[in-house]
Design a protein around this ligand. Structure first.
Ligand SMILES: Cc1ncc(COP(=O)(O)O)c(C=O)c1O
Length: 457
């Protein structure tokens, strides 16, 4: 862990101003200036909706281990690690070395390369469902190809997905990720709702929405759609939608049912691969037909993958006629492969165990903090991830998540930024290996202080 003496924090402003947005504005002038410049070149001054928040996003200049520095030089503990990707923290020496070595040898060729073979082999050895794998550049592409494969393999058009799950930003994926509850139909029979303007009507017709963690309702819908359904896709542990783990019963029901009806089961493990060497499928002991991966497998570079059963993946074999073409200038590019291989090599079973132990401890500590302030918050945890929801009710699906108080969440997020902690705006967190007890304590203490301050405002 890198020690940085006397970090500059915005603490001195706190006694003067108690409004977290006002403190944020006062302490981030360079981020504000960058954003004003960015507004002239990019819509809303951003190229990534998920890093934008009001009043303007934080601009991060550099990171080492579990610490990041913003454009004003303010240090924070990074509790989200590029939305769970940076499992080894920032600028890990082994990853930097692998990237430097590969960069000096060339970063991309119109040819296959030896490093992609290594990473593909490692993934197939670790993840139970993978007989074969293909690389792409983003999770969006991975789920898009997995769904296409399922349609090609089964000859059926429809895809079922969970209300509140997240699978990226292609047309089939942008349905009922965050619908307005008032427009989303009954909980046990959700209506397909577009997440974006521009989502084609056919997507709403071809995507079937299922209630997460409700096996009976999901079974009813799947049986009704069965003969037209190519796949059921889900995150076995919903990640950015609130860290909500599926119950074993729910996954078992989906596995049995999809097998019976000839529907492919796709686990989107783009986030949940960080919970065990073989992902959530290893923890639950349930093997899907296809799996999508991303985030940690690229060691911080844009790498994702999809893979699974040999007889399904075979459809991508260019020696076959017909086959699915999967072009991609940067698929399996050696730079990303080298960073991913260095990262995955560091991730031994002991490392996962240690991270998960720390994850469980953080959840306990956070639960104690909120209880001590008598603030009703659900601390959802899974492995080394967690999310905070300001609600009385256990958060087990989209509807219970959507009932949480978003204003309180925003105030806590901004308050934590002002106290030297960087989380996802929707209060999701993910631990990284460089975090020690002191880093974690700093985070928990910051939550304690901010909750205390905001309660007495
Ligand atoms: C479960 C899941 N699937 C798909 C995606 C999309 O991945 P990407 O942002 O790399 O396109 C994400 C991104 O957060 C994700 O969490």
């Amino acid at each position: 862990m890198v020690i940085h003496p006397a970090p500059r924090t915005p603490g001195s402003y706190r006694s003067q101003v108690t409004d977290p947005e006002a403190v944020y504005r006062q302490t981030t002038p360079k981020s504000r200036a960058l954003h004003e410049r960015a507004l002239r070149a990019m819509p809303g001054g951003t190229t990534r909706t998920t890093t934008y928040f009001e009043p303007y996003p934080l601009y991060i200049d550099r990171g080492v281990g579990c610490r990041v520095w913003d454009a004003d030089g303010t240090e924070r503990v990074d509790m989200i690690g590029n939305y769970t990707s940076m499992i080894l923290g920032h600028a890990h020496p082994k990853v930097v070395e692998a990237i430097e070595r590969q960069a000096a040898r060339g970063t991309g060729f119109a040819a296959a390369n030896p490093v992609e073979v290594e990473l593909a082999t490692l993934l197939c050895e670790r993840v139970p469902s993978l007989d074969a794998v293909r690389f792409c550049n983003s999770g969006t592409e991975a789920t898009m190809f997995a769904m296409r494969l399922a349609r090609a393999f089964t000859g059926r058009p429809k895809i079922a997905r969970m209300e509140g799950g997240y699978h990226g930003t292609h047309d089939y994926a942008e349905v009922s990720t965050h619908p307005a509850v008032a427009e989303a139909g009954p909980p046990e029979e959700p209506t397909a709702r577009p997440d974006s303007i521009g989502t084609p009507d056919w997507a709403l017709e071809q995507v079937v929405v299922l209630p997460f963690n409700n096996p009976d309702a999901a079974e009813r819908i799947i049986r009704r759609e069965g003969s037209r359904l190519a796949a059921v896709i889900l995150e076995p542990i919903i990640g950015s939608g609130g860290v909500i783990a599926a119950t074993p019963e729910f996954l078992e029901r989906l596995r049995d049912l999809t097998r019976e009806l000839g529907v492919l089961l796709i686990f989107d493990e783009i986030i949940s691969l960080r919970v065990a060497p073989g992902g959530a499928q290893q923890l639950y002991g349930i093997t899907p037909d296809l799996t999508t991966m991303g985030k940690i497998i690229g060691g911080g570079l844009p790498v994702a993958a999809f893979g699974g059963r040999a007889d399904v993946m075979e459809l991508l074999d260019p020696r076959r006629e017909p086959s699915i073409a999967q072009g991609g200038t940067y698929n399996g590019n050696p730079l990303g492969m080298a960073a991913g291989l260095a990262t995955m090599t560091e991730l031994t079973p002991d490392v996962y165990e240690d991270l998960n132990r720390k994850g469980a401890r953080v959840c306990e500590q956070l639960t104690e903090v909120f209880a001590s302030h008598d603030v009703p918050v659900q601390v959802n945890g899974a492995g080394s991830m967690f999310a905070l929801h300001f609600t009385d009710e256990p958060v087990v699906d989209y509807r219970t998540m959507a009932a949480a108080d978003k204003k309180k969440a925003r105030n806590l997020f901004l308050g934590l930024l002002n106290h030297g902690v960087f989380m996802a705006p929707r209060l999701m967190g993910a631990l990284s290996t460089p975090m020690d007890e002191d880093d974690i304590q700093q985070f928990v203490d910051a939550v304690d202080e901010v909750v205390g301050e905001q309660q007495h405002r």
